[in-house]
Design a protein around this ligand. Structure first.
Ligand SMILES: Nc1ncnc2c1ncn2[C@@H]1O[C@H](COP(=O)(O)OP(=O)(O)OP(=O)(O)O)[C@@H](O)[C@H]1O
Length: 742
């Protein structure tokens, strides 16, 4: 519906008012922050904490106000009596008159939920399209959608604004969708915090967008409950995290930790995967049992009694002594390293008593403590106790299990010799994504290593001393003597330093309990990875988004029921998203036919757009040789749009060489591809991403069974505009049939 100039001027005036208020709020927050930073609370711990809390508050406030510059206000809803404006944040004027409603507030719900069928009291919904601070378009929503006969569109809200958003060229980064969230998405975003919500949806249905907006909504609605513990968002690859990285900050939220499965164990950061067979074995829940046995195997009985030297005396440690101390330690039910304390204490007491018995009546009870110390520090004693019950790190337990076949055989007797052989590694420190849940499980079984904690404490003390020294040098340099103390200043550096934010502290702490966990591409998680994820959220408050039809991990889920029931019983709900906002219908039809040929039961979404081009199948003798020319043509057609070349690893290597030799410098591999005109990706790296155009290279070589077809399905559903399939020998069967028909 077109809108007159008067109306536009009127809306622009309101926008001006909102931006003026935003500027005012920013000035206030900056002034408050400046004042707090300069204040010296003295040495009193409580005053210091209060000052720090205020500084953090103002910093967050300022960051939030700075992040909402673009599209501050994007909507307006009118009921019979008055109009309300909807935007990224809520704002009131000095008289507490509401100027702008936060998109997450209950009052904004009708903006997203109203349809012709259920107008929710609205007479009009208006979308305001802005660039910087200027209004460039107004679209009044036809709440009377009965004019549209396409059922898939019947529930679309703000159709013009939505289509405009979908048609815009991709930038290599995901944008937020606050202005055009659809009703079925909105219901999920605003779902309650508690419980496990599974969002199943085919490609392009907005699962990632919904997951991110839901995180922002929960942080807004339940800020007091979860801001301190934070939200953990798990996405499949570092490229994907880079792709979505700006969405939450653009919504003014910084309290979320983003992680790939390969980063969930602090100290390990990997995107390397094991081969399918080994990945399936490592992902199997049986590995939890193997690790329990492996840890128990490291609590060993000596073969015979041992005579140990303690200073000038000797004392016997019997096998029975060790057995009884071991049984006692195990009965504590504590993890290996913590139960070891009981084991060691029991034996030290036993050996001390035995020496005292040897000395006989001449022993003076007052010397008992000193004798105990001598026993504890005797080399023979330390060696014997360590051999029987060594403190272990997760890395050591797992590394030994892989390196020493007899340990693996004892721990995982169900593995065949051939399977055990797969676990051997050339580099003992090269952890894979599949090792991460095993390290986490091991950490859980082993518990805290008190000696490791002492080492960490020493590092922390050293760090504090460094901060203080640094602060003193700053005071010397700036001449602020007498104005601010080094202690205050070091506290300030520490507090504002990146390592101290909630998100950073949470990411570094394996035992951090998050307030909510969101998992994207959740279908890829193995049973062992699920155990790790659940440990991060004791409240089991989770949003899991994914698509069973896109599973490509060897130990990934084939149904939500099979994946979740062993862990959660029936305590989870599924919601389904049904409309594909990304892939044009002509392309989606080909992708659907292919996936249905191996998974007839999967539900696939209907596309919102028809698209200009059908998928293009190109058979050539040598796809790599043809690629540079093809890329030139595609980029020209896309006219500034972004292109991805997706294929099997080896083919992508060859493609990168060919394009480089042809003089192309605008190519990037993996995460770097997001910043280049042409991204070169393996199918598993393309998960969750989207591009204007996609060239799928040699899909017949990716095609290995159901998981291979899922990879091809993922690749084919990435484009928003053009899909070209280039092959030399054969296409996957289902695609070949489709190609023959078209
Ligand atoms: N309501 C909406 N308004 C505007 N754009 C939307 C909306 N919903 C989804 N989109 C866009 O559609 C595209 C696909 O969304 P998204 O990546 O979240 O889908 P997905 O379900 O996670 O896809 P996949 O499983 O294929 O990775 C994105 O560009 C997203 O911004």
């Amino acid at each position: 519906m077109s809108v007159g100039d008067d109306e536009k001027q009127c809306e622009q005036r309101h926008l001006d008012l909102l931006y003026a208020r935003l500027d005012e709020l920013r000035r206030e927050a900056a002034a408050n922050l400046g004042a707090v930073r300069l204040s010296d609370p003295g040495g009193n711990q409580q005053a210091r904490s209060e000052r720090d809390a205020f500084a953090t508050l103002y910093e967050d406030q300022l960051a939030r106000l700075n992040s909402v510059e673009e599209q501050l206000c994007f909507g307006r809803i009118d009921d019979l009596s008055h109009a309300s404006y909807i935007g990224r944040i809520g704002m009131s004027d000095d008289n507490s008159e509401q100027l702008l409603i936060d998109w997450r507030a209950p009052a904004a719900e009708p903006f997203y939920q109203a349809t012709a069928r259920t107008p929710l009291g609205l007479v009009r919904r208006r979308h305001l399209v802005t660039k910087a601070r200027e209004l460039i378009g107004i679209e009044d929503d036809v709440l009377d959608l009965s004019a549209l006969d396409d059922t898939a569109r019947a529930e679309l809200s703000g159709e013009g604004a939505l289509i405009a958003a979908l048609d815009s060229a991709r930038t290599g980064r995901m944008d937020d969708i606050v202005a055009t969230i659809q009703a079925e998405q909105d219901t999920i975003i605003r779902g309650p915090l508690a419980g496990v919500l599974v969002v199943q949806g085919g490609p392009g249905t907005g699962k990632t967008a919904v997951a991110l907006h839901r995180a922002a909504f929960l942080l807004y609605k339940y800020r007091e409950r979860i801001a301190g513990s934070g939200v953990l968002l798990i996405g499949p690859t570092t490229a994907f995290l880079k792709y979505i990285g700006q969405v939450l900050p653009s919504l003014g939220e910084t309290g979320a930790v983003l992680s790939t499965p390969g980063q969930l164990f602090p100290g390990v950061d990997t995107d390397v995967h094991d081969g399918d067979e080994l990945a399936a074995l490592k992902g199997d829940a049986l590995m939890a049992r193997a690790l329990r046995k492996a840890a128990a195997d490291r609590q060993r009985l000596p073969e015979r009694d041992q005579v140990l030297a303690v200073d000038s005396r000797t004392v016997t440690l019997t096998v029975a002594d060790v057995r009884s101390a071991r049984d006692r330690a195990r009965r504590t039910g504590k993890p290996h390293n913590e139960a070891r304390t009981t084991f060691v204490k029991t034996l030290l007491r036993k050996l001390t008593d035995r020496i005292i018995a040897q000395i006989g009546e001449t022993f003076d009870e007052g010397d008992r403590a000193e004798l105990l110390t001598d026993v504890r520090s005797a080399r023979d004693v330390r060696v014997a106790l360590n051999l029987a019950w060594m403190p272990l790190t997760p890395e050591k337990l797992l590394g030994d299990l892989y390196a020493l076949p007899h340990l693996l055989e004892s721990a995982a007797s169900w593995l065949t010799p051939g399977q055990r052989e797969l676990f051997r590694r050339a580099d003992p420190h090269a952890w894979t994504v599949e090792d991460v849940p095993l390290l986490d499980e091991a950490a859980e079984l082993l518990g805290d290593d008190p000696s490791a904690r002492q080492r960490e404490d020493a590092v922390r003390r050293e760090q504090d001393a460094k901060e203080l020294a640094f602060a003193e040098s700053v005071i010397d340099m700036t001449g602020q003597h007498g104005y601010v103390s080094a202690d205050t200043l070091s506290g300030r550096f520490a507090d504002t330093g990146p390592a101290r934010t909630t998100a950073e502290r949470a990411a570094a702490d394996r035992t951090w309990a998050y307030g909510h966990v969101v998992v994207d591409e959740a279908q890829e998680l193995s049973p062992m990875m699920w155990r790790t994820v659940l440990r991060r959220v004791p409240s089991k408050s989770m949003t899991l988004v994914g698509d069973i039809a896109q599973t490509s991990a060897a130990a990934g889920a084939t149904s939500w029921h099979d994946a979740l029931r062993p862990l959660l019983g029936d305590r989870w709900n599924v919601e389904e998203l049904t409309i594909n906002y990304r892939t044009p219908r002509q392309i989606m039809d080909a992708a659907t036919a292919m996936i249905r040929s191996v998974r007839p039961d999967v539900s696939v979404p209907s596309s919102v757009r028809e698209g200009r081009w059908p998928p293009i199948f190109t058979k050539v003798g040598d796809p790599i040789a043809e690629l540079p020319g093809l890329i030139d043509d595609e980029l020209a057609l896309l006219d500034g749009g972004r292109l991805a070349v997706i294929g099997p690893g080896g083919v992508i290597d060859a493609a990168a060489d060919a394009l480089t030799s042809a003089g192309r410098t605008d190519i990037g591999r993996g995460p770097a591809g997001l910043d280049a005109d042409v991204a070169l990706l393996r199918a598993d790296q393309a998960k969750g991403l989207e591009f204007d155009g996609v060239v799928v290279l040699e899909p017949g070589l990716i095609d290995k069974g159901v998981h291979g077809i899922s990879d091809v399905y993922v690749a084919m559903t990435r484009p928003t505009r053009r899909l070209v399939i280039v092959y030399s020998e054969a296409l996957p069967d289902a695609l070949a049939q489709r190609n023959a028909r078209s």
